[in-house]
Design a protein around this ligand. Structure first.
Ligand SMILES: NC(=O)c1ccc[n+]([C@@H]2O[C@H](COP(=O)([O-])OP(=O)(O)OC[C@H]3O[C@@H](n4cnc5c(N)ncnc54)[C@H](OP(=O)(O)O)[C@@H]3O)[C@@H](O)[C@H]2O)c1
Length: 326
């Protein structure tokens, strides 16, 4: 098939390009050209997908209308409208949405895809309502043919968000690693490589409608993720920081911001339901979920191969103040 990937030089979208090429497709990657080239083998096309005229020129430069679109960089409703206008006639359309489109998430739970998403009256400048509205725009533009992949937390090699990599960095550089004491809460993540391959299969098969595209509820816990980080670091560095578990109340009292200061940490009450997203449809459609140990090890290998300190970060003062200095 001839596939247009909107994106192709970032994180998930680069894996989508690689997956599509590996499955024998011809790929054009549309980006604004700010982050270098797409993987070798893909045709690089420069355009702003939020601007219908720019996107139309890019599509006109291709040899005919593509067979499928994988839309990985939908960050505005205008961008959804532009893509709908220019590419809505394409037979297969895969839109990467988010579980943030659900009106009640977090804390959730989200039993399945029938849970309500944000209405058109919500503030469309916010991320979740923007994703919900973009889903509606693209569903209308494709006469219901669009696959709406509601991604959960995406991790893996190439992830520059300093979430999982922050924990790897702390385990590698801190003698003591401040961690939430109530850490046996479930966490679900999806590896970008698993998600990317599945998105391309979705384009091949012409799947439609919403699918919660993340790891199975209960796939790991916060402790499981940290143990995997410590094991990955210890395997290459000989040792890893020792966890310093502190109760949620102590962390909050010290001004530690959930998620921002301790990445991926949500206080227990929220975490118990936030990661309980029903993924039965994704599992039926074969979305893989590789072992957490493999995801973390591969991510650490990727970080270690980057120029020194590229993903390093300062420990937030609120967290640093809690470590016991010898
Ligand atoms: N990361 C998560 O945990 C998470 C969770 C749920 C859902 N999602 C969704 O997953 C998707 C992928 O996220 P990601 O961070 O991995 O994205 P990404 O692949 O890094 O996407 C960025 C890519 O899109 C291009 N791009 C951005 N804006 C563009 C524009 N206006 N016109 C043309 N190209 C544009 C970028 O290149 P240029 O900058 O050069 O244009 C780059 O190639 C997003 O839709 C996000 O909302 C992410």
């Amino acid at each position: 098939m001839r596939i247009v990937v909107l994106g192709g030089t970032g994180f998930l979208s680069t894996w989508v390009v690689r997956a599509a090429l590996a499955r024998g497709h011809e790929v054009a990657a549309v980006s604004r050209g700010r982050r270098g080239d797409p993987p070798p083998g893909a045709r690089a096309v420069v355009a702003d997908r939020d601007d219908a005229a720019s996107l139309a020129r890019a599509v006109a430069s291709l040899p005919g209308l593509p067979d499928a679109v994988v839309d990985v960089c939908g960050y505005t409703v205008a961008g959804a409208r532009a893509a709908g206008e220019v590419l809505g006639r394409v037979p297969r359309y895969v839109y990467v949405s988010s579980i943030s489109a659900y009106a009640g998430w977090p804390p959730g739970p989200v039993p399945d895809e029938s849970a309500p998403i944000f209405p058109p009256t919500a503030d469309l400048a916010d991320y979740g309502p923007m994703k919900a509205e973009s889903e509606r725009v693209l569903t209308a533009a494709t006469d219901g043919r669009a696959l709406l992949a509601r991604a959960g937390l995406i991790v893996g090699p190439g992830d520059r968000t300093r979430r999982l990599t922050a924990w790897l960095h702390r385990c590698a550089t801190q003698p003591q690693v401040v961690v939430p004491g109530d850490a046996d809460v479930p966490v679900a993540v999806v590896d970008a490589r698993d998600l990317a391959e599945w998105l391309v299969r979705g384009a091949e098969e012409g799947w439609a409608g919403p699918v919660n595209a993340t790891g199975p509820a209960g796939m790991t816990t916060f402790t499981g993720l940290l143990d995997a980080c410590r094991a990955a670091v210890a395997a290459t560095e000989g040792s890893a920081g020792v966890p310093l578990p502190l109760p949620d109340a102590r962390l909050l009292e010290a001004g530690v911001q959930p998620w921002a200061d301790l990445p991926l940490w949500l206080p227990r009450e929220t975490a118990l339901t936030a990661w309980a997203v029903g993924t039965a449809r994704a599992r039926e459609l074969g979305l893989a979920s590789r072992p957490v140990a493999d995801i973390v090890r591969d991510t650490w290998d990727w970080v270690r191969a980057l120029p020194a300190g590229e993903l390093a970060h300062e420990l937030p003062a609120s967290v640093s103040a809690l470590t016991i200095r010898p």
